[in-house]
Design a protein around this ligand. Sequence first.
Ligand code: RIB
Length: 294
Amino acid sequence: MAVWNFGSINADYFYLVPHIPGRGETLAATKFSTGLGGKGANSSVAAARAGADVFHIGAVGADGAWATERLASYSVDTRHVETVEAPTGHAIINVAEDGENAIVILAGANVDQPLVTALQALDAAKPGDYLMLQNETAHQATMAEAGQNAGLKVVYSAAPFSEKSVRNVMRFVDVLVMNEIEAQQLSAALDTDIGKLDVPHILITKGSDGASWFDIQAGTQTYQDAFKVDPVDTTGAGDTFAGYMVAGLDEGLGVAAALRLASAAAALKVTRAGTADAIPARQEVEAFLAAQPA
Ligand code: RIB
């Protein structure tokens, strides 16, 4: 089967800083670098590096040909990445010495893709394929509804968190993906326990505290410990997890095996600076897993 990903494509600008700057603080960066990013592009690259057939649906500006080429270089099919009049989206990412980050994004072209062409891209999707979505584009709810109607398994990462978007998209979703903070935000916004949400499956990633998959109908939870690594840069770890998880499920792995694979990929990513360009290949992830104590 295939993985379709309707998602953002950004130029990521990384500033290595001694700590995340506080309100009103000016800070000198000790290093600057750039790369391919965006929650959509990162998860597409992750799924492709895991071995899935990935079709990215998204938009860049006239200044973004390099980003489309970079995506393609990671074996992501980019025939549904279109060029629009807005500038390519970008992100300013402060990475502190402990690996934590603070991000400012400019959506740009990501929110300028016409709905009609995004929907048309799904014409070639087949029932049983996966459709991934995040919150850095426009039209998530319409795309999720179209995906569900076409028999796709819709996997929605509620990031960056937006109560309005989650409320609109949730009813079309097979798997709702959140980190711990997003889960708390959603729980508070809806005034309900996460376990009572009306979605079939929920995946909550908790960084160094592992990840949990909830099958809401069955009332079960599958937990995966995080692998211990020395963090260099946590940016994009959640996107790496989501892409590898979907690729694992798409190739037929059970939930526990897909969680283990995704967790290892995210752990490896955290040891490297960067986002899409730092996502490990499947062989590296398998080697990392093979080296783990039994
Ligand atoms: O999740 C990390 C991503 O968030 C970065 O690549 C940045 O572009 C923002 O979208």
